[in-house]
Design a protein around this ligand. Structure first.
Ligand SMILES: Nc1nc2c(ncn2[C@@H]2O[C@H](COP(=O)(O)OP(=O)(O)OP(=O)(O)O)[C@@H](O)[C@H]2O)c(=O)[nH]1
Length: 489
């Protein structure tokens, strides 16, 4: 922003300095003494820039996140607000000598007295029924209590403790075969009665295409809703087109599947329960190879691990039966940015560049550290016959204790948690120097495409900071190197 522009907003009055601009506020917050401010700070719907405010927060110890609970985009959480999302209505800033008209920041925070009432209600203190004022959005956490200061000393931000929700319904709309660098997978697209997003299940179960019948050891992982007959008028071609077939589909092979007649059965104890990963969408990490996070690598690693052949226990005598094809499921949830969406995640990245960690950045934007839910994932797993009391238990691939808790609270039978150690950390463990990371098989450092499926380890300063924050503030179960156990944002 142009400093000259800001000067035009500084008003010197008889009673002192009127704060009208970001820079003036920043100066006021970080200066040695507070200036004499006429009427105090503007607290609501004022022309404040969240990024500059965040910078102020980093250096002003008395400033809490509540000072910054504002949104740059007018009414971004209020879809009906004029111009809230339709940028064609935004005319840009007028040129000329007139004072520049800037978009006002809309507070997403309810007035204090309403928040107080809500808090009292939550704490069992009787009060008046809560009715939010117009143009406010109650941001009191629905599931997680956030600290009053983003850099509060309590190290862990814990995620919601969900209660089981039985009324979520999912339907697998289509399934198809996807060859991946690690082997064959079947992509399943789901609809549900909770949101209008297309959540996915990536099923690794190549035994379904094998000539050998492995079903006596492990039942094929199939969707009940996909294999069901949807209507009397459904044709064989309808079923084939939506993926309700068995074996390999080809011009010469087309065997439609039958609806599942029985409830899922537990397979033999000769093989471990299938690996399951509940993965949240990350456009930056998975599509454009961002090295700020390990999401792309985790997706790749999950498919790789699930594709590994499974060793049978020693009871098996025939050499041919000592291994069966790998199996597992990645439930891919469209919960970008730990549920805050891509827009907010991009803005959070800028706050991270200003020195905040991934948790604080979310809080400064008025979000919770983690806004995800897992009810739909559980419903998808049930549709696949996994994790119920009568069906197969699951081995959950995660470092996130909240995810394990959420799954178990929803009634999923988790028989084991399998950790996902970042590849760069695993490699570092194998190297003499703790700082040597990201080597390929020839010992050369890889950069391009490092995080894509089929790629190598993602590494770098941004990632290290992100991973440390996950361990130190979100309680992720990963071993830190001894010198890294203190928190450095
Ligand atoms: N808000 C925000 N979201 C992020 C950031 N980096 C990655 N994400 C999102 O975080 C989600 C993945 O979360 P992770 O913490 O890696 O995974 P997890 O599911 O909690 O834990 P694991 O199962 O152990 O991997 C995806 O939705 C990403 O888009 C970030 O800096 N800020």
């Amino acid at each position: 922003m142009d400093a000259h522009v800001h000067e035009t907003f500084l008003t010197h009055t008889d009673n002192g300095l009127q704060i009208d601009s970001d820079l003036a506020l920043l100066d006021a917050l970080t200066g040695p003494a507070l200036p004499n401010i006429k009427g105090g700070f503007k607290r609501r719907d004022s022309d404040l820039d969240p990024l500059l405010l965040a910078a102020a927060a980093a250096s002003g110890p008395g400033v809490t996140r509540n000072h910054y609970h504002h949104d740059f985009f007018p009414g971004v959480m209020l879809p009906k607000a004029e111009g809230s999302w339709d940028w064609t209505k935004w005319k840009g800033e007028p040129v000329g000598t007139r004072p520049i008209q800037r978009y006002a920041y809309v507070s997403r925070q309810a007035p204090r007295h309403l928040r107080q009432k809500l808090e009292n209600k939550e704490n069992g203190v009787p009060g008046q029924p809560l009715r939010p004022a117009d143009n406010t959005f109650l941001t009191t956490p629905k599931r997680t209590r956030v600290p009053s200061h983003p850099t509060s000393t309590s190290p862990f931000i814990s995620a919601p403790t969900p209660t089981p929700s039985k009324d979520v319904e999912v339907k697998c709309m289509a399934r198809t075969r996807i060859p991946t660098p690690h082997g064959l997978a079947f992509l399943h697209l789901y609809h549900n009665n909770r949101d209008n997003k297309e959540h996915l299940a990536i099923i690794v179960d190549p035994a379904q295409l094998s000539d050998t019948d492995y079903s006596i050891f492990a039942p094929p992982i199939r969707s009940r809703s996909l294999d069901a007959v949807w209507s009397d008028s459904e044709t064989e071609m309808d079923r084939l087109t939506r993926g309700a077939y068995i074996g390999r589909l080809s011009p010469s092979s087309r065997t439609v599947s039958s609806p599942m007649s029985q409830s899922p059965s537990r397979p033999t104890d000769l093989i471990p329960s299938p690996l399951i990963r509940i993965h949240s969408e990350c456009f930056t990490g998975e599509t454009i190879g961002s090295m700020r996070c390990d999401c792309g690598e985790q997706l790749d690693e999950a498919i790789r691990l699930m594709s590994q052949p499974i060793s049978m226990s020693s009871l098996s005598t025939s050499a041919a039966a000592q291994h069966i094809p790998g199996r597992g499921v990645i439930v891919y949830l469209r919960q970008e940015g730990r549920g805050i969406g891509l827009l907010s995640k991009i803005r959070a990245y800028n706050l991270q560049d200003l020195g905040h960690d991934t948790v604080t950045a979310n809080l400064l934007l008025g979000h919770m550290a983690d806004e995800r839910g897992y009810e739909i994932a559980i419903a998808i797993l049930r549709d696949l016959g996994l994790g119920s009391e009568s069906g197969e238990g699951v081995r959950l691939l995660t470092n996130n204790p909240d995810k394990v808790k959420a799954m178990e609270n929803e009634g999923l039978r988790v028989v084991e948690r399998v950790p996902m150690v970042p590849r760069s950390w695993r490699k570092r463990g194998q190297q003499a120097s703790p700082h040597v990371v990201g080597f390929d098989d020839d010992g050369g450092e890889r950069t391009a495409g490092a995080t894509m499926v089929g790629g190598d380890a993602v590494h770098g300063e941004d990632l290290e900071k992100y991973l440390r924050t996950k361990v130190l503030r979100m309680g992720h179960m990963l071993p830190l190197f001894p010198q890294e156990t203190s928190y450095a944002a």
